[in-house]
Design a protein around this ligand. Structure first.
Ligand SMILES: *Cc1c(COP(=O)(O)O)cnc(C)c1O
Length: 459
């Protein structure tokens, strides 16, 4: 008998699929410790398209991150501390943000509206006063107002200076109305391999610009964020090496500077091919910091990471039903499988960045016969498709399904970025969203009714 679990790449920690397994009936199951959810039961109860969020995955990943960093901090006897700041833009759903905060994570916000959510929770007395919030993004008047408001009420907010206007604003505030700790964002001059490596980067100051600024009032943090889904782990370390050089020079003029924030970028193995292991990267980060501070005899800075997709992508899957199929006359695939959701609407990066996904059947996983398919969404748009980059997706042939039975499929790692980018092309309803935690299923967002979708368009 074929090893189906292995074939579908389930149960592998290096692929972030350790919680997935297959049962005797060939159905996808999700394990939370010794508890398990049967994906077909979720479909029967909540229908499709369906997003299933696993907060326990986020909690475990964050705890692992704390453990690994602290292990190497101890190993190298490094005297700086580690902090995790969750970049809220990766997924602002409450079911994603609260588990992170509960496990001791801090936040990074990219807009006034994200900070507004922080304020709302703060006013409800739901944040421990130790939480720290880093503020990136263009500082509009509203954004600046919120920053001042929250700071004056005792929340630890660190605005990051990103351009000349912000530099003037944050360093010229009249004494007595001090804005407190600030950070500055640099554009590290290292080219990294990733989809996002842009020839021209509009974010942050060059090394030369920051070093010519002289003393920057209340400077506590040096920040950079260069790219996402960085393909080679050595690039993450090269960036740090370049940034730490700037840090050392800046610290001579700004002695209070004591933290380096290396932004996001840690990649997710979406395609279930081996990427770099997290242990080695973290070891290298602490080793690099440790060697540099020893050589330069400076105070070891605290280290902050904002790895977003790394933390949350594996904490959600999206389940679709195959509604119809259609023969493809010629091409690498034999059939279109038309799903009851949309790549353009629900997994927009498929369309925007040609994002690759791991797609597995939810039922019929032990099917003897597989066929090469392309997936098409339910909008009328010819771009609403997923072809795995012009190749094909292997899925069970449906010829052995009994009449009235459908083939279901799950797309893995949908927890990062897709929700905030989602849209309503052809006025399709967004998928329902459920939470699976501690063996309990909760409906987080029910499927939109026609009226609710219409309302968003003035009907
Ligand atoms: C987008 C972003 C992140 C997260 O990037 P990932 O690639 O998801 O890790 C972190 N920091 C900043 C400033 C960002 O803009």
């Amino acid at each position: 008998m074929k090893n189906y679990k292995k074939f579908w790449k389930l149960g592998k920690k290096e692929f972030n699929t350790e919680i997935f397994d297959i049962n005797k009936s060939g159905e996808l199951v999700i394990k939370e410790g010794n508890y398990q959810y049967n994906a077909m039961d979720l479909i029967k109860k909540f229908g499709t398209p369906l997003e299933v969020t696993f907060p326990f995955v986020i909690e475990r990943r964050l705890n692992d991150l704390f453990n690994i960093f602290n292990r190497y901090i101890k190993f190298y006897n490094y005297h700086g501390r580690f902090f995790y700041h969750y970049p809220m833009k990766v997924n602002q759903n409450k079911e994603f943000v609260l588990p992170i905060v509960s496990e001791g994570g801090n936040l990074e916000v990219s807009s006034a509206n994200e900070l507004w959510l922080v304020k709302k929770l703060w006013e409800q007395d739901q944040f421990n006063s130790k939480i720290r919030v880093i503020c990136n993004g263009p500082k509009t008047t509203t954004y600046l107002g919120l920053i001042s408001d929250l700071k004056s009420r005792g929340l630890h907010i660190v605005p990051i200076i990103e351009d000349e206007d912000e530099l003037v604003y944050f360093t010229n505030l009249k004494s007595g109305k001090s804005i407190g700790d600030v950070g500055i964002r640099i554009d590290v001059d290292v080219k990294v391999k990733s989809h996002w490596d842009k020839k021209f980067n509009r974010f942050g100051f060059s090394a030369e610009e920051v070093l010519n600024m002289g003393k920057i009032k209340n400077l506590k943090m040096l920040h950079y964020h260069i790219s996402s889904q960085v393909v080679q782990s050595k690039d993450l370390v090269l960036l740090l090496k370049a940034a730490i050089k700037i840090f050392i020079k800046l610290k001579k003029v700004n002695p209070a500077l004591d933290a380096i924030d290396i932004g996001g970028g840690f990649a997710v193995p979406y395609e279930k091919k081996k990427l770099y292991p997290i242990d080695g990267v973290i070891k290298n980060i602490i080793k690099t910091l440790n060697e540099t501070v020893a050589k330069e005899s400076i105070e070891p800075p605290d280290i902050i990471v904002e790895w977003g997709r790394y933390l949350v992508a594996p904490a959600q899957i999206t389940i679709f039903k195959v509604l119809h199929q259609k023969t493809i006359a010629s091409g690498p695939a034999k059939k279109w499988y038309i799903i009851d959701g949309s790549f353009i609407n629900d997994l927009s990066d498929t369309w925007a960045l040609h994002q690759k996904w791991h797609v597995v059947p939810v039922n019929n996983m032990n099917a003897k016969k597989l066929i090469r398919v392309w997936l098409a969404g339910s909008t009328c748009d010819s771009d609403d498709k997923y072809t795995a980059g012009g190749h094909y997706i292997l899925l069970p042939s449906t010829e052995n399904l009994e009449t009235g039975q459908y083939q279901y499929l799950a797309v893995f790692d949908t927890g990062a970025y897709q929700d905030a980018l989602s849209s309503h092309h052809c006025l399709l309803s967004s998928p329902a969203k459920i939470i699976a935690q501690n063996g309990i299923l909760a409906l987080a967002r029910r499927r939109e009714t026609p009226d609710e979708v219409g309302k968003q368009f003035g009907w």
